[in-house]
Design a protein around this ligand. Sequence first.
Ligand code: SF4
Length: 477
Amino acid sequence: MSGTFVGMPAFPTAAREALADSQLRHNLAHATGTIRAKRARVVAEVEDWEELRLAGAAVKERALLDLDTQLVRLEETLTANGATVHWARDAAEANAIVASIAKAHAAQEVVKVKSMVTQEIGLNEALAEEGIAAWETDLAELIVQLGDDLPSHILVPAIHRNRAEIREIFRSRMAAAGRPAPADLTDEPAVLAAAAREHLREKFLRAKVGISGANFAVAETGTLVVVESEGNGRMCLTLPEVLVSVVGIEKVVSRWEDLDPLLRLLPRSSTGERMNPYTSTWSGITPGDGPQEVHVVLLDNGRTRALADEVGRQALRCIRCSACLNVCPVYERTGGHAYGSVYPGPIGAILNPLLKGVGHDDQVDSLPYASSLCGACFEVCPVRIDIPSVLVDLRAQVVDAHRGGVPKPEAAAMKGAAYVLGRSRRLSALERLTGLGMRFARRFGPTAWTGARDLPDAPGESFRAWWQRTNGGKDDA
Ligand code: SF4
């Protein structure tokens, strides 16, 4: 009951379509502006915010540079705590593991905590093929799922929807998925939340299997951590008999105390709150309390590829706060769907190419160009990911991957420029032709280049002609 990003067009095409949707732009500008202001207010309260950012970045960097050791340690501590650890190289392996666990318990449905990584691997769709319904329990994810829609923001997946649209989705779609919306449903946020609560309650109480991701995994103690705002996550983590947590391998941190800077950085950067409302931790099995069978699927799915990229590996520090989305001028205008992935915005523009590799998919190769390189994303990132530098490096990788064969117009233009600039006589000849070229361009109307840019008038005299005529400016009195 939800869409997939498979087959999405390259960013320029998708962005053009999104830009034509004025309701979408209005919803996005309102929502990102509100979250941006909240974040700025609570971040300004912290005197040592920059030190905190450095500490958060250092914690993640240390774990990534020692990932092989930390992961083995995590497996040992989780196992000692009674959990079963599985390793998955890619989405297909992870989905097969989760499906086999659900089938072993004859589960026809599972309840889910909001999780980016299970969206990344298409878990809901894979379970549906096995006849297992996966129910999203986060309010925004529920809206996306019921609306047969796609998430467009990391933190607020239904950011592109307004209250009236959500009411209509609940009214027309809830009944097909379980308890229907009340007849007197309004678009008041409290009324919509109450309808979702009623709808989800019976699913929480019935489900035998819960599925989660994890924000962090502590190697030292074998503890997984989920932070959320609604409490639905805690229901999924405690009520079912079986819990399966799919965890990207970059989520590991070495020690319990490493959580300190990260749990202070995350809520202020994401929801603009001083503290996170629900922080749940679990370490394997506790007899008589919570799930009595716990599985942890440690997922690669391109992360070791990203780790091997010396410039790009810093993207694996991401704690999915979404601050970079909320300040990005490109995201604010196009929204998340244009990025064609569950990871939209500036982090998506680097993470997708790093995870999937460049050079074999036009959609992925278009993402490093979905930025004005203004640098706002780096300034707000709580773990100091230098997204603009990674974008520039990935652009170079995309160009390198497409060398050979028929050159693109940009590559041909660069070759031409190199030829002209290689000899001063060629440059002089070109300068004489420039005025002619401008008149030609004006006469034959806007091209793809000039349609979006001003074409300035060429000066009547070139710099070199002026230099010769005036003896370098000395005779120009
Ligand atoms: S890149 Fe930084 S700002 Fe963006 S989501 Fe990740 S942690 Fe947050």
